[in-house]
Design a protein around this ligand. Structure first.
Ligand SMILES: C[S@@+](CC[C@H](N)C(=O)[O-])C[C@H]1O[C@@H](n2cnc3c(N)ncnc32)[C@H](O)[C@@H]1O
Length: 193
């Protein structure tokens, strides 16, 4: 079975997000990192939309801020230096139930402290909060990795979250997933109601 390289994984995650995003929409980048995913979402929602971007590392928030300034996208992005597990309380209540896309790119920031990686417990809390914030037909796109400490457990719990969404009747896609091979994969959940 063919596997995806990391660049292709990111491109596929972007394609899945772009398929449901329109100018004027609200989107969330749950793991801002160097800001590339935030900038991608910000371009798609345009100046009439809004992106909320989260990261627990000050360095990541600063990198994202710099990238947005260079790209002229700062006005449509709110940066939150806090855990994505707190995303619901960080968003203004008028955005609850109106979010079109929540994008997760799990793991650690390349070229940075590998110990500051996403963790199973907070990732699942954030996925549940993201689901609550979605509008009908809104989508969660989550890139899961297995290489960082706790990565296999995180990947397994993301898969359990996918099963809960299937049981609720949502549309669930698992790209590149394999139950035993440790490799990056993408979960896309499209909320049905
Ligand atoms: C793979 S990187 C994200 C890459 C990024 N989306 C980009 O375009 O450059 C993962 C990021 O998740 C962040 N992170 C880890 N735990 C987090 C949490 N609980 N809440 C928010 N961000 C977290 C890390 O600090 C790191 O910057």
């Amino acid at each position: 079975m063919a596997t995806l390289n990391p660049v292709r994984v990111t491109e596929q995650a972007h394609d899945l997000a772009a398929a449901v995003l329109q100018p004027g929409d609200i989107a969330i980048d749950a793991t801002a990192g160097k800001g590339r995913d935030t900038a991608f979402l910000a371009k798609l929602v345009s100046a009439t939309g809004q992106v909320h971007a989260f990261d627990i590392q000050a360095e990541a928030i600063q990198s994202t801020k710099n990238l947005l300034q260079i790209a002229g996208l700062s006005s449509q992005v709110s940066l939150h230096h806090r855990s994505h597990a707190e995303m619901k309380s960080a968003l203004p209540p008028e955005h609850w139930g109106r979010v079109s896309v929540v994008l997760f790119n799990c793991g650690y920031l390349p070229g940075s402290n590998q110990k500051i990686a996403t963790q199973p417990k907070s990732t699942i809390k954030a996925l549940e909060a993201a689901y609550e914030l979605l509008k009908p037909q809104g989508r969660i796109v989550c890139v899961a990795y297995t290489g960082h400490p706790g990565g296999r457990e995180e990947s397994s719990q993301i898969h359990d979250f996918a099963d809960q969404c299937i049981a609720r009747g949502d549309k669930v896609e698992k790209l590149n997933y394999h139950p035993t091979f440790a490799r990056p994969w993408i979960l896309a959940v499209t909320r049905q109601n």
